[in-house]
Design a protein around this ligand. Structure first.
Ligand code: SF4
Ligand code: SF4
Length: 426
């Protein structure tokens, strides 16, 4: 049986950083990622705040190092984990891609011709074919076929991708593959899920095309995204003249998520920056409860975004609804000026809260608290180590964190594993 030192589950920024640091220290790492490209949510962002660095540059830098030294299993999930002495016996299942990546040259002719177009992750502005790359992710160069949506697997006659492929890479006969190996340590870095905005009925996310989420704005602002970087209204594909950005959607709420997402205020400022940078004539409003931007360079970023001309209103609308096919309306009481605003805007951006994605790892039963986040062995002194010996949780699976904090946790987990391996600590 093959042996690795560490299994890392999740190929976003935290999982990538941990994999790189561990391999640099001489450890053998097996990295499992459920999607068919590395990078996680970060890879789909346009820029990272407050530095406003292109996220694709950060992800490409990290992944170029990870590819070199790590055993990488893309489009894969951990099927089972059993304890055996000092080791974990791990089974990893790789989904069939139905595309032979050793033949595929990434020309993407198949994607252009596939007749299926369905919404990506329920997003309004992003439709993807059944053979697809990950929208906005610069590392997603070769496609896979989604067997649940492809007409061939529904018994229909479509073979367009196979007929068009110049290198005969389409392979409908692929089957799932299982690999078994043993390892000493496990790092879970499965990140977060965005809270479902449809659960907040009073914000009409499902009822009006021009009410979108912050993640959707990231994708349409991204030059690699579906509109090639143009910010447009889903209703007409024209640029909006007025935009309201609503913070704390689903967060800090008894009914939805009790916790603060920690990144929403900075993200709302970043989104105001995107809009004013690309559409300088647009009216932009940020509607917020409190403006929480602690940390190095964040206050400066707040001033920078504010001074670009955004109107800040200290209040959250109780209801958002369509005023016409193109317009959305809301009322907000501004606690700062004691003024009642009646806003009619072309586009609404909902900054939706985040939930841990720890449940994705069904093979390991990590104890979780009331808030559904994983428990740690010491709440203050050691937040990344779980009560199960030699299993760590880092990044947004562990707590709501920003990108820098996620990377710092990855580095902390690496240090702990090196010290444990050398017998310096238990
Ligand atoms: S047409 Fe063939 S070679 Fe081109 S991206 Fe599709 S599968 Fe790959
Ligand atoms: S067989 Fe047809 S539906 Fe399926 S991926 Fe190929 S082109 Fe799309």
């Amino acid at each position: 049986m093959d042996e690795y030192d560490v299994l890392v589950i999740g190929g976003g920024v935290a999982g990538l950083q941990a994999s790189i640091d561990l391999t640099n220290a001489g450890f053998k790492v097996y990295l499992v990622e459920k999607m068919h490209a590395l990078g996680g949510h970060t890879a789909q962002l346009y820029k990272i705040a407050p530095q406003l660095i292109d996220s694709s540059k950060v992800i490409e830098d990290l992944s170029s190092k990870a590819f070199r030294n790590v055993k990488l299993a893309l489009y894969s999930n951990v099927g089972s984990v059993e304890k055996s002495g000092d080791y974990f016996i791990v089974e990893v299942e790789e989904e069939p891609k139905y595309v032979s990546w050793s033949k595929c040259n990434g020309c993407l002719k198949c994607i252009e011709k596939c007749p299926i177009k369905t919404s990506y992750n329920s997003m309004k502005i992003v439709n993807i074919p059944a053979i697809y790359t990950i929208p906005g992710n610069s590392l997603s160069g070769k496609p896979v076929i989604d067997g649940k949506r492809c007409l061939y697997f529904k018994g229909e006659s479509c073979r367009i991708c196979r007929e068009i492929c110049p290198v005969n890479a389409i392979d409908f006969s692929q089957k799932p593959l299982t690999s078994t190996f043993k390892c000493r340590f496990i790092i879970i870095a499965t990140g977060f899920n965005m809270y479902n905005p449809s659960k907040i009925g009073e914000y009409s996310y499902d009822k009006h095309p021009n009410i979108i989420t912050g993640l959707e704005l990231e994708l349409i602002s991204n030059p690699l995204g579906p509109t090639k970087g143009s910010i447009v209204k889903p209703s007409s594909s024209k640029p909006p003249k007025s935009v309201a950005i609503v913070s704390c959607v689903g967060s800090r709420s008894e009914k939805h998520l009790k916790h603060c997402c920690r990144i929403g205020c900075t993200t709302s400022l970043k989104h105001a920056y995107y809009i004013l940078d690309k559409l300088p004539e647009a009216e932009v409003y940020i509607l917020y409860n409190d403006m929480r931007v602690p940390g190095r360079s964040y206050e400066e970023f707040y001033r920078f975004a504010r001074d670009k001309g955004v109107t800040l209103i200290r209040g959250i609308p109780s209801e958002i609804r369509g005023a016409s096919d193109e317009e959305v309306s809301m009322k907000i009481y501004d606690e700062a000026s004691s003024k009642l605003y009646r806003l009619n805007v072309d586009l609404v951006i909902l900054e939706v809260g985040m939930e841990t994605n720890i449940n994705e790892v069904k093979a390991i039963n990590i104890p979780v608290g009331e808030d559904k986040y994983p428990e740690s062995i010491k709440p203050i002194l050691n937040t990344i180590e779980t009560p199960i010996p030699n299993i760590f949780v880092i990044g947004c699976a562990q707590a709501p964190l920003n990108i820098v904090e996620s990377i710092t946790q990855a580095q902390a987990a690496t240090s702990k594993i090196i010290a444990k391996y050398r017998g310096c600590i238990d």
